[in-house]
Design a protein around this ligand. Structure first.
Ligand SMILES: Nc1ncnc2c1ncn2[C@@H]1O[C@H](COP(=O)(O)OP(=O)(O)OP(=O)(O)O)[C@@H](O)[C@H]1O
Ligand SMILES: [Mg+2]
Length: 269
């Protein structure tokens, strides 16, 4: 009787490391970057470049946080690692909470391999809608979807940290997908003893409300500076957030306070 057992084969091999991809026998396997952000280089490459054992080859996104020459290398490394780790952690947390964001396929100290969620940012979608004399119905629909995505992100206790229309994709199916969580953080209820928890509860809750309000303030500034009818867009977002978020009233009330602080800063530097 044969005693041989068949070892289960892994579905696919883990991705090659980024240095290998960048410099295999002196030639880069990477195509020219698709996009250069402030933080990173974005490449689009087929699945098979990273997972050679897989037959199908949809395009993936490789986000490489390149070294910043203006920072001390030790500090630069630390920031890059921290942002990459936070991005993966917050995307995973948001996905578990039902927020549409990319599937993560691989991660290294300075890169993330993730699902390609489309070619159009919400910013470009909104900027290329046919001209109209007021905020158009498709823009209002997209902004409501954006707000629903933000409400879900906040309900997962995640502060995005860089809410702009450039950090959401507008898919071919008219869905809004959140990206760029490099500046994100988690503001989960505090840990510790029961007594300490009770004492700290109101402080922690205030911090959470403040963090969400600042998140919305960043979006508000971005809407006003990048879009026609920016002020009207802010009203759509604020009303949608207030009506649909459990903490909506408190967050929007806090937003008023954040705005007036922002105005003082603008006046007095
Ligand atoms: N998963 C993805 N699927 C499709 N496109 C993506 C994806 N991730 C990033 N992109 C594209 O790359 C651009 C930059 O990505 P991202 O915002 O994550 O990097 P960044 O360095 O923070 O850029 P920026 O400084 O402009 O915010 C996005 O605006 C989008 O066009
Ligand atoms: Mg970005």
């Amino acid at each position: 009787m044969s005693t041989t057992t068949t070892t289960p084969q892994p579905v696919h091999k883990p991705p090659k490391t980024l240095p290998q991809l960048l410099d295999s026998s002196g030639t880069s396997l990477l195509p020219p970057p698709l996009f250069q952000g402030a933080e990173s280089l974005i490449y689009s490459l087929p699945f098979s470049a990273l997972y050679p054992s897989l037959p199908t080859s949809p395009l993936l996104i490789l986000k490489h946080r390149f070294p910043k020459k203006y920072r001390h290398p030790t500090i630069d490394n630390r920031i890059t690692k921290h942002r990459t780790k936070s991005e993966v952690k917050c995307i995973a947390r948001c996905r578990r909470a039902g927020v549409l964001c990319p599937i993560i396929y691989g991660v290294g100290p300075d890169y993330i391999v993730m699902e390609n969620v489309g070619t159009r940012t919400l910013r470009s979608y909104l900027q290329t809608l046919p001209p109209s004399s007021t905020l158009s119905p498709p823009a209002i629909t997209a902004l409501k979807l954006l707000t629903q995505s933000i409400i879900k992100i906040h309900s997962a206790s995640v502060v995005h940290g860089d809410l702009t229309t450039g950090n959401f994709m507008f898919t071919a199916e008219s869905k809004i997908v959140a990206i760029d969580f490099g500046l994100s953080s988690i503001c989960a209820p505090n840990q510790g003893s029961k007594k300490r928890k009770q004492n700290d509860q109101s402080g922690a809750s205030n911090n959470r409300i403040e963090a969400f309000a600042v998140d919305l303030y960043v979006l508000e500034r971005a809407l006003v500076s990048a879009h026609q009818f920016g002020e009207e867009m802010v009203m759509v977002v604020v009303n949608e957030y207030k009506e649909n978020s459990r903490e909506g009233d408190r967050v929007i009330q806090k937003l008023t306070e954040v705005r007036s602080r922002g105005r003082k800063r603008e006046c007095f530097g």
